[in-house]
Each structure stands twice: as C-alpha cells, then as structure tokens.
Design a protein around this ligand. Structure first.
Ligand code: AHR
Length: 502
C-alpha cells in the first residue's frame, strides 16, 4: 500500500509566494490582446487592461510579474515606452515575429497592471544592448522620490509618486539572445551594471537578479559565482539577491518540440520525465550555489519554466501560441511540488508565459477568454503560497511509463498555513491507472478531516477551447475516506489533486 507520511514536527522552511510567479513578455499576443487592449477597446477594460483576464488572474493570487522580457528585454529601450502614446517610437520586435511594437504598453502601463493584480513587480533591465546609464536612469525614473531629471520626467508624464521595484533583473539569457557572452564577461558586466541599480528608498531595497544558466550549464553557474564572488566584500550577497535558471520542457527536443495536443502515451511519459528533470537541475545548480553561499542568502530564481511545444497550426511561428492539456496540468503540478520541496533555495519562479504564449494560464481570442488546465493547478496550489513546508515522504510508490520513459507513479508536497490547515498536493502521473494512497501523520494523535478537496483530471489530451471552454476544470474530489487518524485517497489517472486537512 502506498503511503504518504507527513511529519508536522519537521518544518522545512517557508514556501515563498513568489514561487507561484508569472512572466509576461512583449511576445505574440501576451501583452497586446492578452493583457492590454487599450482604453478605447470594445473589450471591457480598466485603463486598458482586460477586465476578464485581470479578474481571472486575481483568483489565482499572482504574487509577482516579470516584464518586459525575455529576449525582448535586452533590446528594450524604456524611454520609447513613456510619454504621450502618439509620440512613442515604433520599433521592430526582432525576436518575436518581426512585428511592429508601438510601445503603447510601457513602464506606466506595467505598474498599472501590477496595481490591478495586486502583485509585486519584477523588471528585467537591458544589459545586452543598453548602457549602464540607461539602466540606472530607468531605476531613477521608477523609484526616486525627489528632484532629479528622471523623477521630474516621471512626474511630467503623470505619475507624481515613485513606484516600487521589488525585483530587478540585470540582463536576460546573456549567454544567448542577451549578447552571446561568456560567463566571466557577463559576470564582470553584471558587477558593473548592478552597481548603478540604486536603492533610492532604503525601506524598499530592490532585489537584484543576476542572469543564470540555461538548463544544465553548470559551468555558467560556477563561473558567474566565482567572478561575482568577492572575498573583500563580506556581504557577498549584496551583489545579488537572486541567480536565475531557465528550463523548458520540449518533449521532442529543441528542433522539433512536438505538438501541444497530438501525442501518444510514450510522449506523455517522456514529457513528464523531462518535467521531473527540474529537480536534478535545482539540486545540482543548488550545490554549486552552496559553495559560494552556504547560508542560502541568494535565491534561485527559476524565472522561465514550462512546456514549449510546436506552435498551433496556422499561427505565427514567432508568436509561440500553444494549446494546454491535462499534460500541462501535470507538468505544472510536478514542477510546483519540486519548487515547494526546495523552498530553502528556490525563492521565485515565473511560468512562461502568463497569457497566449507557451504554457499559459489563460488563452484569449478576441473578446473570449478561457482558463487552461494549468490555470486550475495554480488555483489549487495557491494555498501553498507563504505556507510552511512540512516534511513528507512517499513509500510503496513504484514507477510507471513506457521504455526508457519511466516516472514515479505519484509526486507530492505538503504545507501548513497560518491557520494550521494542511495542504497536500498530489499528482498521479499514470496515463491509465488510478492509485490508492494512504495519508498518515507521524507521531501525531490528532484525527484529521478533509476541509476541502479538489481535482483536475481528464483523458490526457483533454483541453479547453473557445467552443468548449470548461471541459477541464477544477472539480470536487470525493474519492477519499477516513483511515486511522488520516485519510485514504484514490487518485484518478492523469490527475492533480489538492486536499486541505485540519
Ligand atoms: O519565453 C520565451 C523566450 O524563451 C524568452 O524570451 C527567452 O528568455 C527564452 O529563451
């Protein structure tokens, strides 16, 4: 009998709410159409932001939003996106489809979106093609509360008060689209640029994020830390508060990727196996970070993750628009469980991307909007945000899969919130078999009952469309019964389950 043993006496850290963060880039229909339609649109909006999308996003408690890229960030010149819209420069979005970027969504609009969402802000600066002065002036424009050229310009543009930048990324993927740099070179540039990311308000220090590795490029992590590490600076982490990591799941590899909706059982397992690889990456990059930062003051910031499939047939290949099935829900459930379990090091993660791009939580078509299976996972898992990770161990769980694509039957994570409600999230990775699990508590006499139980589950290809928008959704989960002082559950195949116990 498979058993999940929970030990409430072993508390393993706080799950940073920012692990449930998101990413929005000027790419395809993420910003334009997806989030921002402009004040004059017939689609209901508040200050240009789509009301339907903002309302849906608020329900999943967005903790933080990263913007403006991605690769776009290292070609973005912020001054093009401020001031009267009719005067804003039009530019070509070289990375994403070569379309015209009219800069109608810029700094003021980003902060307005975050205000509506009630989330923290993560701005990604341009190190690849911008200057130190440009980056430093942007920070001054956004955060300085006094008399200065940039603060005056912000006021002239209608925003008297400074905003708060919670996180600032100093470049993006500088090993690739952000300048094709070598690690030592980037690290030296990082040291220089970050110097001028000034904390104008000591009460609200900006968390600086250094550009980290792609997938398993451990050499990048090592060399960047080696170069930024300075024994003469006792507070080493003062140079950086976070180091990023990017990892996407492409079932058939970077060249082919694979369809979002048309796949067989072998590819189902292959995809999930690749999602599980996140754990190896977090652990191995984490070990290198431990050498330089044993006290774990630097957060691992997985600021791009998710499934990256072949674009939907007939759509612009540069727009990265893809559907989202139960398979994506499992990838999300598995990955978020991994992040929870490594909350001692992982301090933020940003799903790529929020709307209409890659593994989105929302898709739009004109005035229509649908919530994807991934949305529902984020909705269930929101209870982990800010909760305490509890020690939990699975026993009696075997493997499932096809050929070399073997995966554990179940993954899990468990947390306890301030009201002492215990959230258990379980994934059944099997494409066709249900799985019974006993949930038990170590050294604990309390008799637990289920306060709330939800499930997202369907046939592995199931997804929502604009014609059938609610085929996959969060539903009541009833397949449980009391067992000792715990609970016994029957997980359906292809499922993500959330139990709230008290
Ligand atoms: O999310 C799409 C792209 O993937 C980002 O712009 C880039 O940083 C990464 O390669």
């Amino acid at each position: 009998m498979a058993k999940l043993m929970i030990n409430r006496n072993k508390k393993e850290g706080t799950i940073a709410p920012e692990i449930y963060g998101h990413f929005s880039e000027h790419l395809g229909r993420c910003i334009y159409e997806g989030l921002y339609v402009g004040e004059n649109s017939e689609i209901p909006n508040v200050n240009g932001m789509r009301t339907d999308v903002v309302e849906a996003l608020k329900e999943i408690k967005i903790p933080v939003l990263r913007w403006p890229g991605g690769c776009f960030a290292d070609e973005y010149h912020w001054k093009d996106g401020i001031g009267p819209k009719e005067n804003r420069k039009k530019m070509v979005n070289t990375h994403w489809g070569g379309v015209v970027e009219d800069n109608s969504f810029g700094t003021h609009e980003f902060f307005e979106l975050c205000r509506q969402l009630g989330c923290k802000t993560y701005i990604n600066g341009n190190l690849g093609s911008g200057t130190v002065q440009e980056m430093s002036e942007w920070v001054e424009y956004m955060t300085f509360n006094g008399v200065s050229p940039m603060a005056d310009l912000r006021k002239k543009n209608g925003h008297e008060e400074p905003w708060t930048i919670d996180y600032f990324g100093v470049g993006n993927e500088n090993w690739g689209c952000g300048g094709n740099m070598r690690p030592q070179y980037y690290a030296d540039e990082y040291r220089r640029y970050q110097t001028y990311v000034r904390n104008y308000d000591p009460q609200k220090p900006i968390q600086k994020i250094c550009g980290g590795a792609n997938v398993d490029d451990y050499d990048w992590t090592r060399k960047v830390l080696e170069t930024t590490h300075d024994h003469t600076v006792p507070e080493f982490h003062g140079f950086m508060d976070g180091l990023s990591l990017h990892y996407y799941v492409h079932p058939e590899g970077w060249e082919i990727k694979g369809s979002a909706t048309d796949f067989d059982e072998e590819v189902w397992y292959k995809t999930l196996k690749k999602a599980l690889y996140m754990e190896t990456l977090v652990e191995r990059h984490g070990k290198i970070m431990d050498q330089y930062d044993p006290d774990k003051k630097i957060g691992m910031i997985v600021d791009e993750w998710g499934c990256w499939f072949t674009v939907e047939p007939g759509t612009n290949p540069g727009f990265l628009y893809q559907q989202n099935t139960i398979r994506d829900a499992l990838v999300a459930g598995i990955t978020l469980n991994i992040f929870n379990k490594h909350c001692d090091r992982v301090k933020m993660a940003n799903l790529a991307q929020m709307v209409n791009v890659l593994q989105s939580v929302i898709l739009t078509e004109g005035p229509k909007m649908i919530k994807t299976p991934t949305y529902h996972v984020f909705h269930m898992y929101r209870h982990h945000q800010g909760a305490t990770l509890l020690n939990s161990t699975l026993t009696g769980v075997g493997e499932t899969g096809i050929g070399e694509w073997k995966v554990p039957e179940v993954t899990e994570s468990v947390s306890e919130d301030a009201e002492h409600i215990i959230t258990v999230t379980l994934n059944n990775l099997s494409a066709d078999e249900e799985k019974e699990i006993e949930i038990a508590f170590a050294g604990d006499e309390h008799v637990y009952s289920v306060k709330e139980a939800k499930v997202v589950s369907a046939e592995m290809h199931a997804h929502n469309t604009f014609d059938v928008p609610e085929l996959v959704k969060e539903e009541e989960f009833t397949a449980y019964k009391k067992c000792g002082n715990g609970i016994k559950v029957m997980l359906p195949p292809c499922s993500v389950v959330e139990l709230r116990l008290q």
